[in-house]
Ligand binder design. Sequence first.
Ligand SMILES: Nc1ncnc2c1ncn2[C@@H]1O[C@H](COP(=O)(O)OS(=O)(=O)O)[C@@H](OP(=O)(O)O)[C@H]1O
Ligand SMILES: Nc1ncnc2c1ncn2[C@@H]1O[C@H](COP(=O)(O)OP(=O)(O)O)[C@@H](O)[C@H]1O
Length: 206
Amino acid sequence: MQQVSQDVVWHQCAVSQPERNELNGHQSVLLWYTGLSGSGKSTIANAVDRKLYELGIHSYVLDGDNVRHGLNGDLEFSDQDRVENIRRISEVAKLMVDAGLVVSTAFISPFMTDRAQAKQLVGETRFIEIFIDTPLAVCEARDPKGLYRKARAGEIKHFTGIDSTYQAPIDADIHLATEQLSVEQCTNQVIQTLFKRKIITSMSCL
Ligand SMILES: Nc1ncnc2c1ncn2[C@@H]1O[C@H](COP(=O)(O)OS(=O)(=O)O)[C@@H](OP(=O)(O)O)[C@H]1O
Ligand SMILES: Nc1ncnc2c1ncn2[C@@H]1O[C@H](COP(=O)(O)OP(=O)(O)O)[C@@H](O)[C@H]1O
């Protein structure tokens, strides 16, 4: 995205991110969930968020369907609109990480370059990519919102995995194969990674 106005000057915030982290008693980080529709992004992100809440961690989940009702309500599902969707979400997530939160984003985010840009924006050490690896056939069998059925019937165009691309991560920080793992096992893996990386200092929620 090209910045249009040249007459804006960056204003340094009075309270720094490390100061906010110290006040909260935990680090702030972006948990970037990616996967097909119906793969389990929202389910796992919310289960992790509930555990973080139990631990007294300041956190928030940005979810695809919800953000598309408001901030990104003007965007559709062309490749171009998906790129803009992820760009805006990345910027919002960066602000929330700056504010000291453990932020989870649950978006299909189908393109590798957009996910790489989110990582660059937030900073490598504050970005954890979580691949919700669920085969298309399993997502389609789950079809929690009936969208695959509509897409197969031609009622929805540009549906991810059917007539729109999904580029799977090749080196995600956390790889969750939901065919083999329960929601609880997936959730525990995320919490354990946060503990190992010293984002959180307790796993008493497990
Ligand atoms: N054409 C098409 N393709 C994919 N998904 C569709 C489409 N139309 C509507 N939906 C619903 O929108 C949710 C995906 O929105 P995202 O913002 O996560 O998509 S993207 O990251 O911009 O690709 C997605 O939510 P999840 O099922 O939670 O992934 C769907 O409910
Ligand atoms: N191991 C698992 N992890 C996550 N979801 C699972 C798992 N097993 C079954 N499911 C089910 O799959 C569906 C995933 O839906 P959802 O979380 O909305 O996916 P997404 O946000 O990726 O579209 C839910 O109905 C959930 O109960």
